[in-house]
Design a protein around this ligand. Structure first.
Ligand code: NAI
Length: 245
């Protein structure tokens, strides 16, 4: 898809990977909807507008079905039809399974998996009518190979993979693509909480020997949006951590 003047909704785009994705699309001339749970700052909107595109901020919780619908309707009212949805918003709450409370599991599933469902179902109705559209879901390598302390997170991200492939099959006849990106360890607030010792240990397990940047993930999102013959795929952006056959 040619991205100039297209409208791109990036969930969870006030910081980290989501913000980098928003900037990468803006760099290609796309108008941007920034989203997060809290109010989107005027500074952030102005920063995106420096790329010469329109940018609006719509705050709300993707894990709430009606709030997801409201946010997409507001975006369409202000910008017009949305051509690209990036389901990036996510959270983690790591602990060993034996210490994990029921709500620790459910809260993470509700944002990462149900939130992705909520946003996708609402936008898909529009995209089916438009007979065009791009959906990109941010999964994680944890969802592909599991990770100690992340039973809730890994289950949610594995769910995103199955969801992506199903949406890809259901939407393909209308020319809509749906793919997932599985980032490895990326330097953001989410990984900043790890100690230097843990980060050094992680680096030893990564063939490219360093954490990725949010921009590494963003480049892949733009690539997928520009690739009309790729659908139902999961692309790892992880320095070679998970090599799938
Ligand atoms: P982050 O914690 O820095 O940012 C998360 C963003 O999501 C924030 O803008 C936050 O406001 C928003 N958000 C969270 N819950 C929300 C909700 N219910 N409704 C609306 N917005 C909500 O996260 P980061 O590191 O940038 O991660 C982005 C995505 O990439 C997440 O889905 C995460 O699981 C995934 N990921 C991150 C990795 C990493 O190493 N940082 C590795 C693999 C995947």
């Amino acid at each position: 898809m040619e991205l100039q003047n297209k409208n791109v909704f990036v969930t969870g785009s006030t910081r980290g990977i989501g913000l980098a994705i928003a900037k990468a699309f803006a760099q290609q001339g796309a108008n941007i909807v920034l989203n997060g749970r809290k109010e989107i700052s005027a500074e952030l909107i102005a920063e995106i507008e420096t790329f010469g595109v329109k940018c609006i901020g719509i705050s709300g919780d993707i894990s709430d079905f009606s709030s997801a619908k409201d946010m997409l309707e507001q975006a369409q009212e202000q910008l017009g039809e949305i051509q690209v949805l990036v389901n990036n918003a996510g959270m983690n709450n790591d602990k060993l399974l034996l210490r994990m409370k029921e709500e620790d599991f459910e809260d993470v599933l509700k944002v990462n998996l149900t939130g992705t469902f909520n946003m996708t179902q609402h936008i898909l109705k529009k995209m089916m009518k438009q007979k065009a559209g791009v959906i990109i879901n941010i999964s994680s390598v944890s969802g592909l190979i599991g990770n100690v302390g992340q039973a809730n997170y890994a289950a949610s991200k594995a769910g995103v993979v199955g969801f992506t492939k199903t949406v890809a099959k259901e939407a393909a006849p209308r020319g809509i693509t749906c793919n997932a990106i599985a980032p490895g360890f990326i330097a953001t607030d989410m990984t900043d909480v790890l100690s230097d010792k843990i980060k050094a240990q992680i680096n030893e397990t990564i063939p490219l020997q360093h954490l990725g940047s949010p921009e590494d993930v963003a480049k892949t999102a733009v690539f997928l949006a520009q690739s009309p013959y790729i659908t139902g795929q999961v692309i790892s952006v992880d320095g070679g951590l998970v090599m799938q056959g």
